[in-house]
Design a protein around this ligand. Structure first.
Ligand code: ATP
Length: 476
């Protein structure tokens, strides 16, 4: 079960410490949010799951982290200076500003219904900032509106430093900035947000095959994060961006309907071609600006045929903030209990849960129980599974309820049995089933480690094997 309305989702996120409005005490800044103690953990876990699936579990993708600020010419040749704009319409009656392509009815103001509207004008989405001590309007840089360009600019660096051959990818996550005309739907349309993007470089004639493969891989990843298949769909772009040969969005059913969480784009040779010097030496498929500024060729020489060409790019571009609301929304569950009461549980997959274990000492005033609880907490926090907390509330029922609500998969309770019984058992209580099992204190580390170990190593191995076969086929 998901939340019913957007308002419910926003209030849940605030109340439980996931997301706060940025600069709230001064009235807030539209389209900008801060993450709270649980939000920062959840986002880190989503990011790690993404990174693990692309960089750690595969042998054909490298990670990079590029700067937020980059040379202005990057954005000239990427096409952003000319084309990265939205059509802005202003209502002459109430002065609301709207993005034409997102209006409910293009002839009427979304806010007041007036038909007295300005003509659409191009509004540049990139944000500028001043660089250096002189503020004369010419020494500025753009804050990146996507992470992708940094990965393209480092294509040759990664290729050479890591001794790579095609096909291979570059993954990068990080903040991007867009001066969105109408930030809305909470974390959905922000002015500052985090992207998780991967650029996969392939020989030109294999692009469609790889585009299809990446669609499936990324769809599968969303399923593994806990989104049911029925809440996801592919939507092919009707209007293609200037760089794209074909593009599809993975859409999730948000409380307001289906909307994009990730784009899978066949960007052909547009990006590497755009940043290449001596473009005339190549047959570049995409329409690129002439480039007299670049100092290098973003090309690849096939070691088998000796032919030099510009690789095509398949991009997978996800947003971590959109992922957060989708995953919280999906995990939110209200359950009727046999006693007629309702229990709220955040059924996040355990690898995404902000808190992995809460250690609950049953009697706050008993020093032996407290000390034992602290020892257990210490043992568990050494496991490297993520955040373990000592829940010193003195009310076990409340502690369980609170941890159900924030999605903690297990609570470990230390009580008088732990002190008095043979083998000193602690109680492990499961969030989803509410079942409780007794575990000897000496085994609790092993138990929890097993609980958090990956469920499907065999599938991972098979996936890796399939990819290595596919790559060999590509080289034949
Ligand atoms: P939209 O059509 O919604 O404006 P887009 O097609 O411009 O999105 P991309 O440029 O493909 O988005 O960016 C890749 C991903 O980055 C998107 O799928 C989304 O998850 C995320 N993203 C893009 N813009 C925003 C934003 N303003 N706020 C939050 N996330 C965003």
């Amino acid at each position: 079960m998901a939340v019913r309305t957007m308002e419910e989702l926003v209030s849940l996120c605030k109340k439980r410490g996931f997301v706060f409005q940025s600069s709230e005490i001064y009235g807030g800044l539209r389209g900008v949010y801060d993450l709270g103690p649980l939000g920062v953990e959840l986002k880190k876990n989503i990011r790690n799951a993404w990174w693990r699936s692309l960089v750690y579990e595969r042998d054909d993708i490298e990670g990079v982290e590029c700067s937020h600020l980059s040379h202005r010419l990057v954005w000239k040749h990427s096409g952003h200076e000319d084309t990265f704009s939205d059509p802005l319409i202003e209502c002459k009656t109430c002065h609301s500003r709207m993005r034409q392509d997102k209006m409910k009815d293009e002839t009427k103001c979304d806010t007041c219904g007036s038909s007295d509207l300005t003509d659409p004008k191009k509004f540049l989405l990139m944000m500028k900032t001043n660089i250096g001590p002189v503020d004369d309007g010419s020494s500025f840089a753009y804050l990146r509106p996507e992470t992708a360009q940094g990965s393209y600019l480092n294509f040759e660096n990664v290729l050479l430093s890591m001794g790579r051959k095609l096909p291979f990818g570059i993954a990068q996550h990080g903040k991007s900035f867009r001066n969105e005309i109408t930030p809305k739907n909470f974390l959905f349309r922000l002015r500052e947000f985090e992207q998780a993007e991967m650029q996969f470089f392939v020989p030109p004639e294999t692009d469609i095959e790889w585009w299809e493969k990446w669609k499936n891989i990324r769809h599968q990843w969303w399923l593994e994060q806990g989104i049911p298949a029925g809440k996801l769909r592919f939507k092919d772009h009707e209007q293609l961006a200037h760089y794209a040969k074909c593009a599809t969005d993975i859409e999730y059913e948000f409380p307001w309907g289906f909307d994009e969480i990730e784009g899978i784009h066949d960007r052909q040779d547009f990006d590497l071609g755009s940043h290449t010097k001596s473009q005339e030496d190549f047959k570049i498929n995409a329409k690129v600006l002439p480039n007299k500024d670049s100092t290098t060729r973003m090309s690849y020489r096939d070691p088998f045929t000796g032919k030099e060409f510009i690789p095509f790019v398949i991009e997978t571009a996800a947003g971590l903030d959109r992922a957060m609301i989708a995953l919280i929304n999906e995990a939110y569950t209200e359950e009727k209990l046999p006693n007629g009461k309702t229990r709220t549980v955040l059924k996040l997959k355990k690898h995404l849960a902000p808190i992995k274990v809460a250690v609950v000492p049953l009697a706050k005033n008993n020093p032996d129980i407290m000390m034992t609880g602290m020892k257990v907490r210490r043992v568990l926090s050494e496991l490297g599974i993520g955040r373990v907390v000592f829940e010193n509330s003195n009310n076990i029922g409340k502690a369980y309820r609170r941890h159900d609500e924030i999605g903690t998969p297990i609570c470990v309770t230390v009580d008088f049995d732990t002190l008095e019984k043979e083998n000193h058992p602690v109680t492990v209580r499961d969030r989803d089933t509410m079942e409780q099992v007794s575990v000897n204190i000496a085994d609790i580390g092993k138990y929890v480690k097993k609980f958090y170990s990956r469920e499907t190593p065999q599938q991972d191995v098979e996936r890796l094997y399939q990819f290595s076969k596919m790559k060999e086929k590509g080289r034949e």
